[in-house]
Design a binder for this molecule. Structure first.
Ligand SMILES: [Zn+2]
Ligand SMILES: [Zn+2]
Length: 393
């Protein structure tokens, strides 16, 4: 194995590394239970700065190794290949490290700030990448601005400062970058073998902001008692957004029809007769009877019963729905304040079980609570004061 390097003259690094390691051993041997916790905050700062300085020295030595082809006597073809081999780095990290070490001589202020421990390797990398991207448009003054910013900002905020600076120095380049970013957009929506859907995508800055703004508005503020995670709330909001678009009737017709969810279901399934088949949702896998009952509960969908579109529809008539909204003023589930626009009309006794589509058999429930009552087995009872009581399964 090629590990000892070439011949070395009077150099001090081996001795220095021994000393550094022995100091680290001393630190690692310190009993931290005897140290006040608040004092270790300063340790974090000191170690971070030392880490930055170590990185700077690493880059300085890498430059010598690279330019002097210190890797060649092992048969390695490049410093990058050698780094991957001996330091177990990914190809990206190794390339990035060689590139930044080569770039540093042109960025003396950046190199100095890293060597002083004032900025991190990540900051230095961002500045070096910016200098490369801007080429001769990158002025000495620009480096000063970025190094000063890097001493104050985390890399994410530094990147934002860089965008502004790039726009000042090369507005056309920023536009061209944005156009390239746009051309990378995609959205995969695929159904897995289990029938669930998986979304994966890439949006440009504007597209992402539009989607985020819309999702945020549908999600609303987090409410006490909502035990969904942020990602669950976002998933619900995305579906809710699509549902409202469908319900709004503003979408273009498909094959001469307003787009809508179609459910195929036997009457036996809808009335939950033992031994009945599952229902089928267009574009999806078979769904449980209780889900079909919920979807059919407020028949904004058209149930296809026994192969026929169900024209005897249990659609809640406009006047009944208006009366329902006036009475319930939103989701009736105890403690929920969802407005009417986000609710379904729930048949307390399902129409498939003979319940009438009349005001006294209907209540408004938001989508989440409608699900709780159907799929998750909660029951609702009217107390004597006509307040609704929810009983968990
Ligand atoms: Zn219902
Ligand atoms: Zn609700």
């Amino acid at each position: 194995m090629c590990s000892e390097g070439g011949a070395r003259g009077s150099w001090t690094s081996q001795e220095a590394f021994q000393q550094i390691n022995s100091i680290l051993d001393d630190l690692a041997g310190e009993d931290l239970n005897a140290v006040p916790a608040e004092a270790t905050g300063d340790d974090q700062i000191a170690l971070q700065r030392i880490g930055n300085r170590v990185q700077a020295e690493g880059l300085r030595r890498l430059r010598r190794f690279d330019s002097g082809q210190g890797y060649a006597h092992c048969g390695a073809l490049s410093a990058r290949a050698w780094l991957r081999w001996r330091l177990n780095l990914t190809a990206t990290t190794a390339s990035e490290r060689v590139a930044i070490s080569r770039k540093m001589p042109a960025l003396p202020k950046t190199e100095q700030a890293l060597a002083d421990g004032d900025i991190s390797h990540r900051h230095a990398t961002l500045i070096a990448e910016t200098a490369t991207q801007l080429g001769d448009k990158f002025e000495a003054q620009a480096e000063t601005i970025l190094v000063d910013a890097a001493k104050e900002l985390d890399p994410w905020r530094l990147q934002r400062a860089i965008w502004h600076l790039k726009h000042c120095l090369d507005a056309d380049g920023v536009l061209s970058d944005a156009n390239k970013a746009k051309s990378r957009r995609y959205l995969h929506l695929s159904q897995t073998f289990d029938g669930v859907y998986r979304i994966d995508g890439w949006l440009d800055a504007e597209g992402g902001a539009v989607l985020n703004t819309a999702l945020d508005s549908v999600m609303g503020p987090w409410l006490a008692g909502d035990d969904r995670s942020a990602t669950e709330r976002r998933a619900d909001a995305a579906v809710e957004m699509a549902r409202r678009l469908l319900d709004g009737g503003q979408l273009p017709a498909v094959a001469g029809q307003k787009p809508h969810l179609a459910v195929s279901v036997d009457m036996a399934t809808l009335s939950k007769e033992p031994g009945s088949m599952a229902a089928e949702l267009e574009w999806s896998q078979p769904i449980p009877a209780e889900t079909a009952r919920r979807l059919a509960c407020d028949a904004a969908i058209t149930p296809i019963i026994d192969g026929e579109a169900d024209r005897t529809s249990r659609v809640v008539p406009g006047a009944t729905r208006r009366a329902l909204i006036a009475r319930d003023r939103g989701c009736r589930f105890p403690g929920c304040d969802c407005p009417p626009a986000w609710t379904d009309a729930h048949h307390v006794k399902h129409w498939a079980d003979g319940g009438p589509t009349t005001l006294d058999n209907l209540i408004l429930l938001c989508r989440r609570h409608h699900r709780l009552v159907h799929e998750e087995g909660w029951t609702l009872e009217l107390a004597r004061d006509r307040e609704l009581v929810a009983i968990p399964p």
